[in-house]
Ligand binder design. Structure first.
Ligand code: BJ8
Length: 425
């Protein structure tokens, strides 16, 4: 198997030396952050296996698909409507961008004062260390923030990139623009694959992705229980894996995990004492292997019960309205669903603070940690409004700005422990 992988990575033009270093670094981190947890659900074994073979089996599946004439479409943002990709018999894969490892590589080209997510993803391409990037036929970007937008121009020099224009406002005119973008994306995918997207196929794809969203909703609903039956770290990992695993298999594994958690809830079995402070995290997405904040919070005696983020509720909280018959209606339903993602790229974006207040109540959160990546101006600025709103609601808030390095881990721990102390009083 190991030799098979090496051959596959060589064919994908991976820099084997750097890649070895990346995988060798990931193993001990995963052991420390994940395998050290006590009382984990047995269903997490699947996710441990997936991470243990992170650049193996799934990449092999994508390669098989490509060898049979299929296409692989890589994405960076939850705005890209994956239903259209599935409907054209292509496979969408959400790219990881959560490691410090590839940041210095990116800084050879990008300005240092760029957010870690952008640098990490670009560094993967520049350093040729990510087989998912290498295996993809098209990368789909979006105009959500200036940093990403300009990075995609440079990335396009290395690999084909198509950029969707995400509007910045939520007006009717913006909705029409976005609807047009969804139609244009359909054409791009049809051209890439040579497959015409028909209503029947699109209906099946809508159902496929909706089923995964429902399974994630089920997982998150289970986190509303006290004591909480699964750690925030494990729930985050399950969500992160959903970005690149096969959607049907992923739904099955999520539901199997939820079946187990149902049993835990029935006997009040939790991963943390019922009195442990419950934290809701709100802000920038956390791509694999960005587990830094969750690890600090949970190893300080609290438990993360929800993430209002794109590796959290923004990924799955809305379904596409199932309309099986009519292609125009389906495309409209897709456009409507995706326009309802409350990303900080919108102005104004009052729906996001509303969501956080609602989620804090639903998940019985004792406090909110607002997380934004350094140099991410949209989330950093929105934190101000969030602070005012949560203050009005009497919900304690801690604002964290960080990156992927471990340099500030000690300082973060001190601040988080002080916050938890304040919540416990
Ligand atoms: S829908 S949150 S996945 S854009 S953290 S790169 S915004 S400077 S990630 Fe996002 Fe889509 Fe919005 Fe979600 Fe820019 Fe900020 Fe970096 Fe960001």
């Amino acid at each position: 198997m190991a030799n098979d992988n090496i051959q596959m990575w060589t064919e994908l033009n991976i820099d084997l030396k750097s890649h070895d270093m990346l995988l060798n670094a990931l193993g001990p981190i995963f052991k420390e952050v994940y395998l050290s947890q006590k009382n984990r659900p047995a269903g997490m074994g699947f996710y441990d296996f997936v991470v243990g073979d992170i650049h193996g089996i799934r990449v092999k599946e994508l390669r098989e698909h490509a060898k049979n004439g299929g296409k692989v479409v890589a994405t960076y943002c939850v705005f890209v409507p994956e239903e259209l990709v599935w409907a054209a018999d292509a496979i969408p894969v959400g790219l990881c961008a959560g490691t410090q490892f590839s940041v210095p590589m990116a800084e050879e080209v990008l300005p240092r004062n760029t957010c870690a997510l952008i640098k990490s993803s670009f560094g993967f391409k520049l350093g040729r260390v990510c087989p998912y990037v290498q295996a993809s036929h098209l990368i789909v970007g979006e105009t959500t923030c200036d940093g990403k937008k300009k990075m995609f121009e440079i990335l396009n020099q290395y690999q084909p990139v198509y950029v969707m224009e995400v509007p910045n406002k939520k007006t009717e005119r913006s909705r029409q623009l976005w609807h047009g973008e969804v139609l244009a994306f359909k054409d791009v995918i049809e051209k890439l694959t040579g497959n015409k997207i028909a209503a029947k196929k699109l209906g099946e794809a809508i159902d496929l992705v909706n089923q995964r969203r429902l399974a994630l909703q089920r997982l998150y609903n289970l986190r509303k229980n006290r004591p909480v039956p699964i750690s925030g770290k494990d729930a985050l990992l399950a969500t992160q894996v959903s970005f690149y695993d096969d959607a049907k298999r992923d739904t099955q594994m999520l539901n199997a995990l939820c079946d187990e958690l149902d049993k835990r809830v029935a006997i009040h079995q939790g991963v943390a004492p019922a009195k442990a402070p419950r934290i809701l995290i709100s802000g920038s997405p956390m791509a694999i292997p960005n587990w830094k904040l969750h690890h600090i919070i949970e190893s300080s005696g609290a438990v993360v019960v929800c993430e209002e983020s794109c590796t959290g509720t923004r990924f799955f909280s809305d379904l596409v309205k199932p309309t099986q018959q009519n292609l125009d209606e389906q495309l409209k339903a897709i456009a409507d669903r995706y326009m309802n993602i409350h990303c900080a790229c919108f102005t104004p974006n009052d729906e996001r603070p509303d969501d956080v207040v609602r989620l804090a109540k639903e998940y019985q959160a004792d406090g909110v940690i607002h997380y934004n990546l350094q140099f991410c101006h949209t989330y950093a600025n929105e934190a101000h409004k969030m602070g005012k709103r949560l203050e009005k609601e009497g919900i304690p808030l801690l604002r964290i700005e960080t990156d992927y390095s471990d340099e500030d881990a000690g300082q973060l721990r001190t601040r988080i422990e002080a916050f938890l102390e304040m919540i416990r009083k």
